[in-house]
Design a protein around this ligand. Structure first.
Ligand code: CA
Ligand code: CA
Ligand code: CA
Length: 412
């Protein structure tokens, strides 16, 4: 009985031929791209702040889940989900934090069979940096350990984890007990996350030093970090983006380079924040950040790259100059190709959308942006990474009425 399949094939072919090929986003880019809802939450569960990493065919996504029907109150938990088939499908999620405290802001990194997850947790009364590792590609995880030693009472804090060979590197924002301002702290493991050295204070300034991001080169173990630093000129104080590099696997760091410059950008610029950094295997470094005009905080997205391992940086590119509340920019690069991928959330449409832009020339220029979310829901907090064949963007979206994590995959 092959009649039905043939009819079906005929109908499919007819429908395909009827599809207009007008001025939609270029079909060569859309043809093999997929977007899936990773969480499909019931209405009393809300997910936020995804982080995505890959190793070989594996794709790992961590997130914070809030259960609004939990008693006594909804406390965030860190959930982990993995795909073994390039992100086509995902298995059941695991609760990595599983405590009565607020657990949030997770970050994931992967190398070989190892998966590393860090997050911010106030389960012991003040927010601390927690860490767990898997040595079996995310099937099982170690008991979480505490890596911070302060008693920060921040309402959580941003952090980022990266890995190269047996080295695990983490940066986070923590309070300095002397001047009570945040610093960008760094800690390293040289044994696959079993033990960690003493934290290094990368910013070490009496000003606000926040939202650090980190990346590393897989072939050399070089480490690159950005954060935003409070800078005062005469009586005006704001934030600028600083960058440091380490060429000895995180044992020592260079003096900071300032990537942003308000004076050059114009007097209307208010602050440079939310930097993200990526590096490829040929010492190319890509940094992206948000610049805000004076309140009401309308954001634009700026980008800058280095081709000498972060010794110097090229001109500043404006990726989003509409100043329509663009924020949370992220960047990912690729080994052995000149492709660079960026994403951010943009409020121009009235609700936030996830905007995606590709460069095929090592960040010298970018193609037109693509709207990945394109829905009436709030679409925010993107995370981005690449594997050998794909680029992935995960984000938070409440198009179904509660927060879900969506994952976009594009064939490179
Ligand atoms: Ca918790
Ligand atoms: Ca500081
Ligand atoms: Ca949206």
């Amino acid at each position: 009985m092959i009649t039905k399949p043939l009819i079906f094939l005929g109908l499919t072919l007819a429908l395909f031929l009827l599809v207009p090929t007008g001025n939609r986003v270029s079909s060569y880019e859309q043809s093999s791209n997929t977007t899936i809802n990773l969480t499909n939450n019931p209405q009393d569960i809300s997910s936020d702040s995804p982080s995505v990493a890959t190793s070989s065919l594996y794709v790992y996504v961590v997130r914070t889940d809030y259960n609004s029907s939990a008693n006594p109150s909804p406390q965030g938990e860190i959930y982990f989900a993995r795909s073994t088939n390039d992100g086509a499908t995902f298995g059941r999620s695991i609760n990595l934090s599983n405590n009565s405290g607020q657990s949030q802001s997770p970050s994931v990194a992967a190398v070989g069979n190892n998966v590393y997850v860090a997050w911010s947790d106030n389960g012991i009364g003040s927010y601390q940096l927690m860490f767990t590792r898997s040595n079996d590609s995310g099937i099982t995880f170690s008991n979480p350990i505490k890596l911070s030693s302060g008693t920060s009472n921040f309402n959580g804090f941003p952090l980022s984890v990266t890995a190269s060979s047996n080295n695990v590197y983490i940066v986070w924002q923590d309070i300095n007990p002397i001047h009570r301002q945040p610093e960008a702290l760094f800690v390293k493991s040289a044994d696959g996350g079993k033990t960690f050295g003493n934290p290094i204070n990368l910013s070490n300034s009496p000003m606000w030093s926040g939202s650090p991001d980190i990346t590393s080169l897989s072939n050399t173990g070089d480490v690159y970090v950005t954060w935003n630093e409070g800078v005062c000129v005469v009586t005006h104080c704001s934030h600028e983006i600083l960058f440091v590099r380490s060429n000895d696997t995180g044992n020592t760091f260079s003096s900071p380079i300032q990537l942003s410059n308000h004076v050059a950008a114009g007097s209307s610029v208010y602050s440079s924040v939310s930097a993200s950094v990526s590096a490829s295997g040929i010492k190319r470094i890509f940094a992206i950040w948000q610049e805000s005009t004076a309140p009401p905080q309308n954001g634009g997205i700026l980008f800058r790259s280095s081709n000498d391992g972060g010794v110097s940086f090229g001109n500043v590119l404006t990726l989003d100059g509409n100043w329509n509340q663009a924020g949370s920019p992220v960047v990912a690069s690729t080994t052995n190709t000149p492709k660079v991928y960026t994403a951010w959330n943009d409020g121009a449409s009235g609700n936030n959308e996830i905007v995606f832009a590709t460069s095929i020339n090592n960040g010298a220029s970018f193609r037109s942006t693509i709207n990945l979310s394109d829905d009436p829901g709030d679409s925010v907090h993107p995370s981005i990474t690449t594997s050998k064949n794909y680029v992935y963007v995960a984000w938070t979206d409440d198009r179904t009425g509660t927060g879900d994590i969506f994952l976009y995959r594009e064939n490179m």
